[in-house]
Design a protein around this ligand. Structure first.
Ligand SMILES: NC(=O)c1ccc[n+]([C@@H]2O[C@H](COP(=O)([O-])OP(=O)(O)OC[C@H]3O[C@@H](n4cnc5c(N)ncnc54)[C@H](OP(=O)(O)O)[C@@H]3O)[C@@H](O)[C@H]2O)c1
Length: 423
């Protein structure tokens, strides 16, 4: 008898959930499939809201609606699963869902990055959770690991390949010598690219993910516009030749790290040596490396985009809601007093056409230079603000040095902060 009572007390109660789904595109259909194929999940889709009335659907028409209120005002729906490609409309949906007492699952990194602090407060105000594992690196379970496993302030850095589409493009360019636009088209055809590909190739998409990751790694809310993103769209033939000649690859790397009471974070392409763990991360795969004081470096690798991998991350959030899981934003409550900063010196290769207004004097430390066929290359340490300015100038390519080191600017953090080496 007492054994039976104990067993009941220790068993987690899994609620049965009724879902209202917004969006039935790449990820929405992926979720439908993985939900259908996963018998243990106690959840069913009651209604699907989409936008285009003329699009043929693969499911019974009665399941679809074009009126968001049909889901938001349905008291039998406990969870809104938001998987649309319009960040502004998505935020309205998420806000209304919370106000109406529904939990939310979303994979919309742009919407989350732009409104994360507000979404945090809305969760407190309405007492309902928003889960978003699928928004950062697709199938890699990084947010819940940051929340639960790395539940302390000993994390010093997070970095990796946060965008499947650009990694796919760079892999095809390097391995098959495909041209850039052909590789982009292939990534789009396979469903790895965002509906607007400039979000991927200009580095916005990994920046949005980095903004979300920074909140769960360091407990700091930062606005996307404060974080510098340099994309892969400026990589030139000369850069590729330099990489081939030196047996490097080029990867789009997102990173954030803590030095004393400051958090630095940015996205930029980087030459990667063949011995580096990111070198072997190919195609649409993503990788996240965490660094902490005692565990040192740990690397997570998995599919960062695509219908089923992202659908499976969304399903995992739905499953977590069946036992009332919510993010506690633990690092935010650790009162570490960290501040986000761009006052950093970065080691880069800069390439530009003759006549572009860049000189040795722009470098805090100039290491070497090279000129050929009207094109110039300069290597050295430059402040992030300068990179931001150059990244908006026509014909300027910026790639971080292999094994680049980063150093806070002297006027912000004292010299004892020292050099921070990448992994
Ligand atoms: N694709 C990936 O690998 C991936 C990975 C991680 C995260 N995500 C994120 O997941 C979300 C969905 O991406 P996706 O690739 O599945 O997009 P998608 O294939 O372009 O599908 C978008 C869906 O949203 C619907 N939609 C758009 N605006 C709407 C509105 N106002 N109300 C109702 N429905 C609306 C569309 O309706 P119609 O069917 O009528 O056109 C379509 O079904 C995005 O936030 C994306 O960033 C995608």
């Amino acid at each position: 008898m007492s054994l039976e009572i104990n067993r009941q007390n220790t068993q987690t109660i899994h609620r049965h959930l009724t879902l209202g789904l917004f969006g039935f595109g790449c990820v929405g259909q992926g979720l439908y499939h993985v939900l259908d194929e996963t018998p243990g999940i106690k959840a069913e889709i009651r209604k699907i809201c989409v936008k285009n009335r003329n699009k043929p659907r693969t499911l019974d028409e009665a399941l679809f609606t074009f009126d968001k209120e049909e889901i938001l005002n349905d008291p039998s729906i406990d969870v809104v699963v938001e998987l649309i490609d319009d960040a502004d409309a998505a935020f309205d949906i998420v806000k209304s869902a919370l106000q109406k007492g529904k939990a939310v699952v979303t994979a919309n990194k742009k919407m989350l990055a732009e409104h994360l602090e507000e979404i945090y407060h809305l969760q407190q105000q309405y007492g309902k959770p928003v889960l978003y594992e699928g928004s950062v690196c697709g199938s890699i379970p990084i947010i819940r690991n940051l929340e639960e496993y790395y539940d302390n302030d000993l994390l010093t850095g997070i970095e990796g390949i946060f965008n499947g589409s650009t990694n796919y493009i760079l892999t095809r360019v390097f391995e098959e010598k495909k041209n850039y636009s052909e590789a982009l088209q292939q990534a789009q055809d396979l469903g790895f690219a965002e509906s607007d590909p400039s979000l991927d190739v200009k580095g916005f998409d990994p920046k949005f993910k980095l903004v979300i990751a920074i909140a769960h790694t360091f407990g700091v809310f930062v606005k996307p516009e404060e974080v510098i993103n340099i994309g892969i769209d400026r990589i030139s033939e000369l850069d590729l030749k330099f990489a081939y000649d030196n047996h490097y690859s080029i990867k789009l790397v997102a990173r954030a790290f803590k030095i004393q009471n400051q958090v630095f974070g940015f996205v930029a392409p980087q030459f990667i040596e063949s011995t580096h763990p990111l070198y072997a991360v190919r195609n649409e795969y993503n990788a996240v490396q965490l660094e902490s004081a005692f565990a040192e470096k740990q690397l997570f690798v998995g599919k960062g985009a695509g219908s089923y991998p992202t659908g499976s991350a969304v399903l995992s959030d739905i499953s977590a809601l069946t036992y009332d899981y919510r993010y506690e934003y633990k690092k935010l409550h650790q009162l570490t007093n960290l501040k986000f900063s761009n006052q950093l010196l970065v080691e880069v290769f800069v390439s530009f056409e003759k006549g572009v207004d860049i000189s040795i004097n722009d470098f805090d430390q100039f290491d070497s230079g090279y000129a050929s066929h009207g094109k110039q290359y300069m290597v050295g340490k430059v402040s992030l603000d300068k990179l931001l300015k150059w990244s908006s100038m026509d014909g300027v390519g910026i790639i971080l040095a292999p094994g680049a080191t980063f150093k806070p600017k002297k006027d912000v953090v004292n010299e004892s902060a020292g050099l921070l080496e990448t992994f």
